[in-house]
Design a protein around this ligand. Structure first.
Ligand SMILES: Cc1cc2nc3c(=O)[nH]c(=O)nc-3n(C[C@H](O)[C@H](O)[C@H](O)COP(=O)(O)OP(=O)(O)OC[C@H]3O[C@@H](n4cnc5c(N)ncnc54)[C@H](O)[C@@H]3O)c2cc1C
Length: 382
């Protein structure tokens, strides 16, 4: 049995690691550890590599440091030139963003193991990892990342851990209408594959994946004071899924116009022998079909987060949200961050900005800026 931690962060990706850093800074005497079998940026890098992503979609103000403007200052101090900042929105290059994040997260205490089970024991939480070791903590933060890859087809997904483009030239069909699909189509075409891109509609332009005003009080204030039904409505309208930032939109439009990428519209493609059926008697021949169709809104069914929520008698709504109080608690001393906390943190809950908003909530609780309030009815998200 390990010592009693004040805070145990289950999942030390972008969100868990940022929150751990912020808590350690707000309460230097607190004992805190991250429980995760993977390094902080491993999941992020795997997905970004798979898409061939070079620049972030979000602006440089959304970084993982603790001080405003920190990424810009880090870039200047480490000789990153203007080519590391994209467009008037100053989206950072991945190289710069990850170099900074690696530095920020370097000294976080980590237990290299996966959490398998959580249970309440009197006034603390007991977390058993996959090696059978038990860890005790007064407070636990669930930060286990996005849902499972969304699979409308029985085909490889760009977010599968073993995803790789074929080495020799092939005829590929890429299914999915968002940024990841566009990026993978461009990457595959650039290395010589024959690519047909299948989307429900021709994608619209939006620089960001949700309305930018939800990054701050202008929209978040009214959102947080709105009824549950109104918050759910705003989450749907504020998220710009299936859109592309103008730079990628221009590149893929040019590739389709030039014929280096084929494009077909289809709302419900299905697999056939040797290709994809687009309906209406139209079939596309393909040696490989890949889907880049995002994540399910819910954590994977067999994940520790899904099992814990279920054991507590709570539930996720249709959009993967779980009811939490102002301090992101779903039960006394058990906090949840990331996309499932969207009803508190708004549409950017799963983004880098969401990690910062979550950290503000948890450090606000420590410093007394926010007071814990029992969740009025944690069973209800509808
Ligand atoms: C291609 C791509 C590009 C993106 N670009 C942007 C962008 O430009 N701007 C932006 O704001 N957002 C962006 N996002 C969204 C978001 O910021 C990322 O998805 C981010 O990585 C989510 O961080 P996370 O910590 O929630 O999840 P992850 O990075 O997946 O980390 C979760 C961690 O939890 C661990 N874990 C899981 N289960 C357990 C367990 N049982 N026990 C212990 N540990 C566990 C995993 O090992 C992992 O390390 C992008 C997403 C993708 C996929």
């Amino acid at each position: 049995m390990s010592a009693m931690w004040h805070w145990l962060i289950v999942g030390g990706g972008i969100h868990g690691a940022h929150v751990a850093k912020a808590l350690a800074r707000a309460a230097p005497d607190t004992s805190l550890a991250i429980l995760d079998p993977r390094p902080p940026l491993a999941a992020w890098r795997q997905r970004a590599d798979a898409c061939g992503m070079d620049y972030l979609r979000s602006p440089g103000a959304h970084h993982l440091g603790l001080r405003a403007g920190e990424l810009r200052a880090f870039g200047t101090a480490h000789g990153y030139g203007p080519e590391h900042w994209l467009s008037i929105y100053r989206q950072p290059s991945r190289t710069l963003f990850e170099h900074h994040a690696d530095r920020v997260f370097a000294d976080l205490p980590r237990i290299v193991a996966a959490a398998d089970m959580l249970e309440r024991r009197g006034s603390f939480w007991r977390v058993v990892d996959s090696a059978g070791t038990a860890h005790q903590a007064q407070r636990v933060v669930l930060a286990t990342g996005p849902g499972a890859p969304h699979r409308p087809l029985d085909a490889p997904h760009v977010f599968d851990r073993d995803f790789a483009l074929p080495r020799r030239r092939q005829e590929l069909v890429i299914v999915g209408g968002g940024l990841s699909a566009a990026q993978i189509a461009l990457r595959a075409a650039a290395i010589g594959h024959g690519v047909t891109w299948v989307t429900r509609d021709w994608p619209r332009v939006s620089e960001f994946d949700s309305a930018p005003c939800y990054a701050g009080p202008k929209c978040l204030g009214p959102f947080q004071n709105a009824s549950l039904a109104e918050r759910k409505r705003q989450l749907v309208t504020a998220r710009h899924s299936g859109t592309l930032p103008s730079g990628i939109h221009a590149r893929i439009s040019a590739a389709v116009a030039a014929g280096t990428i084929g494009w077909r519209r289809c709302a419900k493609p299905s697999l056939t022998d040797g290709g994809v059926n687009l309906g209406g008697g139209t079939t596309l021949r393909a040696e490989q079909v890949f889907q880049a169709t995002g994540f399910t809104p819910h954590p994977p069914r067999d994940s520790v987060t899904a099992r814990t929520v279920s054991q507590l008698g709570l539930g996720f709504d249709d959009h993967g949200n779980v009811a939490a109080d102002e301090c992101l608690q779903i039960a006394p001393g058990l906090h949840i961050i990331g996309r499932p906390a969207s009803l508190v943190l708004g549409p950017m809950a799963g983004n880098i900005r969401g990690a910062r908003l979550a950290a503000e909530r948890l450090t606000g609780m420590i410093t007394g800026y926010l007071t814990e309030r029992p969740n009025p009815d944690p069973r209800r998200t509808s």
